[in-house]
Design a protein around this ligand. Structure first.
Ligand code: C2E
Ligand code: CA
Ligand code: CA
Length: 414
């Protein structure tokens, strides 16, 4: 029902389609979903004229790709040039690879795209796309009122213990059994509430607080790992490193000290590092990574697929794990080009003897596709959202009841 509520918050919508029948179909669907104010345009020129007359931009536009005169792609390019900020959904009856490339184009233009949907449109497809509709992001007036945070506040928060670690499970894709967790930083501000890491990690990186934050997260995650060990739950614990962490003075020594302090073995700790951050500082990063690996720490390539490094480059770095970015995972079952990338990343990781992890597993369809593709570990909202360690036992109980459903189906063809 949360989605229904979100749809009601679309204050106005623009539908651009040259076919009257299809346009009316879309308008009808959106009206049924509670959107009252809907503007219609029969082609790109009409859309631009209409937008020029509107006092407030629409909250969202649904744009057909094939239109006479100005097609959907050209319209989107023009929208970008006129600095439109509202999110888009594109729709077409053409092949999914064409839809995907338009979706990528929109992202590359720096605009927000909620989905590239194959026609005929229906309620399910729109609801799925609307999941990423973020009211705050599409209403600029409200966005301005987001309180700004500064470095000194972050420093104080770190001292006051407002920064905590949440943990998201990583599970075995064949059985669903819990194998490890990823620690994710959370700032619980006394008045502003929950501040996501995407807002304060960059601040920490700019303000020179990132080393302290990273060491703080490592200490928390290791203390938690030791506690779980005591309770008979020996989980691998992954911690995210900033690209700057690899330049931290004495980082390897600090890691060894932390391990000793918590009486842990290095192979229980995995360090997640984005591919682009390593490739950007290959010279300095390689030495640190090699030493961490010699000590026995696991090293994971995070967000794989979003950078531009070649596998040849990555094969020279002593990684133990490859984490495929969620943009290649969620929804791959209905997009062939994503599936091809996913499959080739998994094949390559297997040849390099890397543990494969898929992040962003949101649905049972995502889960089954990854099982068929032979991915080893999965992480995502389907299994659990990141949570406070104290909520882990309850989650684990519920999760055990789900294991029969998650287990790899027995193949009958052999
Ligand atoms: P990441 O390393 O890629 O972490 C995964 C992010 O995906 C997390 O967001 C997680 O909550 C989210 N996620 C997990 N499952 C799903 C799913 O099924 N669907 C979707 N849509 N999202 C899912 P979060 O916690 O907001 O963290 C965002 C980013 O902030 C992280 O991306 C990481 O790059 C950074 N970050 C978080 N904690 C730390 C930290 O302690 N140190 C550093 N340097 N970076 C951190
Ligand atoms: Ca990560
Ligand atoms: Ca990631």
């Amino acid at each position: 029902m949360a989605i229904e509520k979100t749809l009601y918050q679309i204050e106005s919508l623009l539908v651009v389609d040259d076919s009257t029948v299809q346009r009316e179909h879309t308008v009808g669907l959106m009206r049924d979903m509670g959107v009252d104010l809907i503007y219609e345009a029969g082609n790109g020129h009409e859309a631009l004229e209409l937008l020029a007359m509107l006092k407030l931009p629409p909250s969202l536009a649904i744009i057909d790709l094939e239109m006479p005169g100005m097609d959907g792609v050209e319209l989107i390019q023009q929208l970008q040039q006129s600095q439109a900020t509202f999110p888009l959904i594109v729709a077409s009856s053409r092949e999914t690879s064409l839809l995907s490339s338009v979706e990528t184009m929109i992202q590359a233009l720096g605009m927000r795209v909620l989905g590239a949907l194959q026609k005929p449109l229906n309620r399910e497809k729109i609801v799925a796309a609307m999941k990423s509709f973020d009211v705050a992001a599409s209403t600029p007036q409200k966005n301005d009122s987001l309180p700004s945070i500064c470095e000194s506040e972050l420093a104080a928060a770190m001292r006051n213990g407002e920064l905590t670690a949440y943990y998201q499970p990583k599970v075995d894709m064949r059985t669903g059994m819990l194998k490890g967790v990823e620690a994710l930083a959370r700032w619980i501000h006394p008045t502003m509430g929950f501040i996501p890491p995407d807002r304060f990690i960059p601040l920490a990186e700019q303000g020179g607080l990132i080393h302290e934050l990273t060491l703080n997260m490592l200490a928390k995650a290791m203390a938690q790992a030791a506690l779980w060990n005591e309770r008979g739950l020996p989980l691998k614990v992954a911690v995210n490193l900033s690209p700057l962490s690899l330049d931290m003075p004495d980082f390897v020594q600090k890691m060894s000290d932390l391990l000793a302090q918590h009486a842990l073995l290095a192979d229980q700790i995995v360090l997640e590092i984005t591919e682009s951050s390593v490739v950007a500082n290959l010279g300095s990063a390689l030495g640190t990574l090699a030493r961490l690996r010699l000590k026995g720490f696991g090293l994971s390539i995070d967000d794989y697929g979003t950078g531009f490094s070649s596998m040849q480059q990555l094969a020279r770095i002593p990684f133990t794990e490859l984490k495929i970015d969620r943009s290649f995972v969620h929804g791959a079952h209905q997009r062939q080009n994503l599936r091809v990338i996913l499959q080739s990343a998994l094949d390559m990781a297997r040849r390099l003897e890397l543990v494969t992890v898929a992040e962003g597993v949101e649905t049972m369809e995502d889960w089954r596709l990854l099982q068929e593709s032979g991915c080893l570990l999965g992480q995502g909202y389907l299994i659990a959202k990141p949570m406070d360690a104290k909520d882990f036992p309850i989650w684990l109980k519920g999760h055990h009841r789900r294991l029969p459903e998650l287990r790899m189906p027995v193949s009958h063809d052999k």
